[in-house]
Design a protein around this ligand. Structure first.
Ligand SMILES: Nc1nc2c(c(=O)[nH]1)N[C@H]1C(S)=C(S)[C@@H](COP(=O)(O)OP(=O)(O)OC[C@H]3O[C@@H](n4cnc5c(=O)[nH]c(N)nc54)[C@H](O)[C@@H]3O)O[C@H]1N2
Ligand SMILES: Nc1nc2c(c(=O)[nH]1)N[C@H]1C(S)=C(S)[C@@H](COP(=O)(O)OP(=O)(O)OC[C@H]3O[C@@H](n4cnc5c(=O)[nH]c(N)nc54)[C@H](O)[C@@H]3O)O[C@H]1N2
Ligand code: SF4
Ligand SMILES: [Mo]
Length: 921
């Protein structure tokens, strides 16, 4: 760890016995299984801060302060497993990049000054322009307690509905679909249902990469029970590759597909007794499916008619079926209809509320569910109550003793930022989310913040594309420091516990909001002592006026004292007063939360095809990669995670690439009517013709121009207000690079000024891909500046061939490799992992030359692109194990190289490499 002032402070904390240094030890994962914490190791049970699977984590803190993590064998979600991101958590705890002190207008400030300033500006804005002139934009990565306090302040005390959350971009369509069908935002099922099912249908979910531990649980059950897997996704993803049937559906074909299925089931597999006793509206829902036979559905979805028929028959014939859905469903102009089209099929067959069956909306963020419980969306109230229902408002008003309850819902995310842009919202507080990168119309969001009179940002990182635009920065305590609860996709509430002291001035998010509330004059409703006290209030509210009429009830947790809260084991909701354990499955009794207790069928509508603009012939689809988390503020710190896919790819079908004149491995510009990005062209028939895929993760912190949300339009689902982040019309063209470069440097290379750059962490520094639109005549000078080799003490070794356009420079300092650059007229062909692993090595001049020649020296192998991040096994090694070593299964590759034997997240990719290599052989 670098000796930053922050780490010195953390050590100062040590001295007074309050905290720990957070030096990171990454335990060799091969030893993790046996790792028995030694005497001076303290083990803290907490929860992974990434995806909604909500895996239990054991943080082992050594006497030295070094932290390592392993899966918690006792946690019901993961039983000891962690995926690649969870396994690398210790690598993300370093203090570099952390926001450590409050700042006001770019100057460091005390908490008192910063909090008073925020309270004063919000109070003044409300006095001058009314409560709707202020807003909060928060996050499913807040703990339930943080979220509860923010929502209480805005809806109960400021008196506006203007608090929305990044869950609007994530779960809003599922919430709306559940409410329409069930009368409440209820997720009926459990993870065990995935193990007990005979058929699992994954709709718009790259399960293997986005919910890896749950995916592995499911796949393990499949090996023993032989369940069938259908994947509905326009791309052949690593998940789709594992499927018995992959349906490469055209974007937004889902409503047609499930309407056709409803029609098929109504004839073939309906449970008329169930429909009769427990539902309403089937006739109306069926009426809109007239004509949806398999051939018609095939035309509407771009699928083969035979595949549609196979899917329908399989679904009809299988009683135990779970339909899992995620962002390919939610993030759409017809997201809510997609959700209801799926639920309709489970209602008509009565396959809900019983083991191994049901519709299952899998949440993305660690506390997407907790956010829904506290009512973090602008159109909700706390405790699954409705803001539009006057009786519900009265109930909450009474409980909070709220001086001015909001009387209606507030602005939803897209409208909220538009209101910032046009000046209706004049003061905005952003907490734990990075909208300049993750919101649609992202350039518009950036411009809106730039002209907003007052922007406050609470984050753990100093420099993000959003914090750059804030007037006030408030340093939040990060994972490992903060204390509270999260709820996972199956309604399991688990504690996140601190195992380190917050560095610098960092404070818990709830504390920061609570302080501002008190300073705005709302002491009566705030002044919480700790997370336990907030949780108690939240639990109590869930019982108010709730005699089994509302799904969210955690009355059984209202009596927890501080020690109980501290010890609280994972627990499921609902857990009503007097109960000691929660109910695992909803709707077993066929009773729903609508006024007549019946579930509703909803007629769902196929979206009108949007007019195709010949200028933008392609459909742009966006999403996630295996080892990065959203805007990379934390996973981007991990060399291991950054090695998997270090550059944003623009993935194209071969025919589309050919038409656009784009070659594999060159750079491509992807643009829509609203913005553009540049990335590495990847040509693959995993992509369907007419579509292009770009990952959502890259920001201006890591790349010259790769914020894909600059391309996404503000089209939203009319019911849920969720943006269609997976579909915008776009086009591609070659980035006309005159030269390409690849650099590995100790310090982050300052790419500013280069036409194209993308940086990623490697073990001792950074690697950077570069390209330029203009030829460079004087490479020796430019290279020396780029590599920081202009100071004394740098030994330069160069290779220059002006005729062929090749230039290479290695910089040695004190005999060790400090930086190296390769320049070529075409994409640089040197093996990345081989060069980056030489950084800081002691090299003779001859060895440095060999490195510049791109030839591995003695004892150094070229691993190729990293596939297994736990053991750093590359694609070349895996191919060799197959072609030379004779491995024919994933297990054999694991035995030979260890690849895939720890977290298992890479097993689908090893499978793919095997299939390719064996086919060639
Ligand atoms: N590694 C990693 N894991 C994560 C996250 C992360 O950042 N990184 N984020 C977490 C969060 S917050 C979330 S919300 C989840 C998201 O988890 P997922 O929803 O599984 O992930 P995405 O990659 O966004 O999208 C899933 C798939 O939807 C497909 N799709 C696009 N359009 C359509 C369509 O019209 N119909 C259908 N059927 N499919 C379509 C895409 O091709 C994509 O493969 O992941 C969580 N887990
Ligand atoms: N094109 C496209 N856009 C998308 C999506 C997509 O699939 N395609 N997916 C959407 C979805 S589903 C989601 S969930 C969003 C995610 O988008 P964001 O929420 O914008 O992404 P994150 O990078 O997770 O942002 C979290 C921020 O909070 C900070 N942070 C981390 N921990 C804490 C903490 O404890 N306290 C505080 N105060 N700050 C903290 C991080 O440093 C980071 O800046 O993106 C959405 N945008
Ligand atoms: S699956 Fe991975 S990212 Fe998700 S909670 Fe588990 S360890 Fe964390
Ligand atoms: Mo999400």
């Amino acid at each position: 760890m670098m000796d930053s002032p922050a780490s010195l402070e953390r050590r100062t904390d040590d001295e007074v016995g309050r905290g720990l240094s957070n030096a990171n030890a990454v335990v060799d994962p091969s030893r993790r299984a046996e790792a028995r914490p030694s005497a001076d190791v303290r083990t803290v049970k907490t929860t992974c801060p990434y995806c909604g699977v909500g895996c239990g984590v054991l943080a082992d803190v050594a006497g030295t302060g070094a932290v390592s993590v392993r899966g918690d064998p006792d946690h019901p979600a993961n039983a000891g497993r962690l995926c690649s991101k969870g396994s690398a958590l210790a690598e993300t705890l370093s203090l570099d990049d952390r926001l450590l002190h409050p700042e006001v207008d770019g100057e460091r400030a005390t908490w008192d000054v910063a909090l008073d300033h925020v309270a004063r500006r919000f109070t003044q804005t409300i006095a001058d322009h009314g409560p709707d002139a202020v807003a909060f934009y928060v996050s499913g990565q807040l703990l339930t307690e943080d979220y509860y306090v923010a929502n209480k302040l805005m809806k109960g005390f400021i008196g506006s509905g203007n608090i929305d959350t990044n869950s609007r971009l994530c779960m809003a369509s599922s919430v709306a679909g559940h409410k329409r069908a069930f009368g409440a935002d209820t997720v009926p099922g459990t993870y065990a249902d995935l193990e007990e099912a005979d058929l699992v249908v994954l709709v718009g979910s790259n399960f293997a990469w986005c919910h890896p531990v749950l995916f592995q649980r499911m796949m393990a059950a499949r090996e023993t029970r032989g369940m069938r897997l259908v994947v509905i996704d326009p791309r052949r993803t690593p998940t789709a590759e594992q499927a018995d049937l992959h349906l490469p559906i055209e974007a937004d074909g889902d409503v047609a597909l499930f309407n056709g299925l409803l029609r098929h089931l109504a004839g073939a597999a309906a449970d008329s007794d169930y429909v009769e006793a427990h539902t309403t509206g089937l006739a109306e829902a069926l009426a809109v499916t007239t004509g949806f036979d398999a051939p018609a559905v095939a035309r509407a979805t771009g699928l083969a008619s035979a595949d549609v028929a196979t899917f329908y028959d399989l679904f009809a014939a299988t009683e135990r079926v779970v339909t899992v859905f995620s962002q390919g469903v939610n993030q759409s102009v017809c997201g809510t209809d997609k959700v209801n089209a799926i639920i309709n099929c489970h209602l008509v067959t009565g396959r809900i509320g019983r083991p191994g069956m049901g519709p299952f909306s899998i949440t993305g963020q660690p506390n997407a569910m907790g956010g829904r419980e506290v009512g973090g969306l602008a159109n909700q109230l706390a405790a699954h109550l409705d803001i539009d229902d006057p009786a519900h408002r009265d109930l909450v008003r009474g409980f909070w003793n709220a001086p001015r309850m909001a009387t209606r819902g507030g602005l939803k995310a897209v409208d909220l930022f538009r209101a910032v842009a046009d000046g209706r919202v004049k003061a905005l507080w952003i907490i734990a989310t990075n909208p300049v990168d993750s919101m649609p119309e992202a350039d518009g969001v950036r411009d809106a913040l730039a002209c907003c009179p007052f922007v406050v940002c609470s984050d753990v990182i100093r420099d993000t594309d959003t914090t750059r635009l804030a007037h006030v920065l408030l340093p939040a305590a990060a994972w490992g420091e903060k204390d509270g609860t999260v709820t996972n996709s199956e309604r399991c509430i688990t504690r996140q516990r601190p195992f380190m002291a917050p560095p610098g001035d960092a404070k818990p998010d709830w504390w920061i909001v609570d302080q501002v509330a008190s300073r705005m004059g709302f002491e009566a409703g705030f002044g919480f002592a700790d997370a336990a006290e907030i949780f108690k209030e939240h639990a109590s509210l869930s019982t108010v006026g709730n005699a089994g009429t509302r799904d969210f009830d955690i009355g059984g947790l209202t009596d927890l004292d501080r020690d109980d809260y501290e010890r609280m084991a994972p627990v499921y909701w609902p857990i009503r007063a007097g109960e000691t354990s929660g109910t695992r499955r909803f709707f077993a009794d066929g009773q729903f939360f609508t006024p007549n207790r019946r579930a509703r069928f909803i007629p769902t509508h196929v979206p009108k095809p949007r007019a195709i603009d010949p200028a933008y012939p392609l459909t742009l689809n966006t999403g996630r990669i295996r080892d990065q988390w959203h805007t990379m503020t934390r996973t981007g710190k991990s060399p291991r995670l950054s090695a998997h896919l270090p550059e944003p790819a623009v993935t194209l079908h071969p025919d589309d690439a050919r038409e656009a004149g784009i070659l594999h491995g060159t750079l491509a510009i992807c643009e829509s009517a609203s913005g553009r990005m540049v990335g590495r062209a990847q040509i693959s028939d995993d992509q369907t013709r007419g579509s292009v895929f770009v990952p959502m993760h890259w920001t201006d912190q890591f790349a010259s121009a790769a914020r894909v949300d600059a391309l996404i339009s503000g089209h939203t689902d009319p019911v849920s207000g969720q943006p269609a982040s997976k579909m915008v019309r776009a086009r591609v063209r070659p980035f006309p690079a005159r030269w390409y470069g690849f650099a590995v440097t100790r310090q982050k290379l300052n790419g500013a000024g280069q036409d194209y750059w993308v940086s990623a962490r490697v073990a001792d520094g950074w690697q950077t891909e570069l390209a330029g639109l203009e030829a460079i005549a004087d490479w020796p000078t430019v290279a020396a500046v780029l590599l920081g080799a202009t100071e004394a003490g740098a030994r330069l070794i160069t290779y220059d061939d002006p005729r062929s356009g090749h230039y290479r420079m290695a910089v040695l300092r004190a005999g060790r490799l400090y930086a190296v650059l390769f320049v070529a007229p075409r994409p640089v062909a040197v093996a990345r992992a081989f060069v980056s692993s030489a950084l800081t090595d002691a090299l003779s001049e001859a060895e440095a030359f060999r490195l510049l020649a791109g030839r591995p020296g003695a004892g150094r192998i070229d691993r190729g692109d990293t596939i297994c991040s736990c053991f750093q096994v590359g694609i070349s090694q895996i191919r060799t194990a197959i072609t030379v070593g004779g491995c024919t299964t994933v297990a054999e590759v694991g035995a030979a190289l260890k690849a895939g034997t720890n977290c298992g997240s890479c097993r689908p990719e090893i499978q793919r490499i095997l299939a390719g290599a064996l086919q060639r052989a």
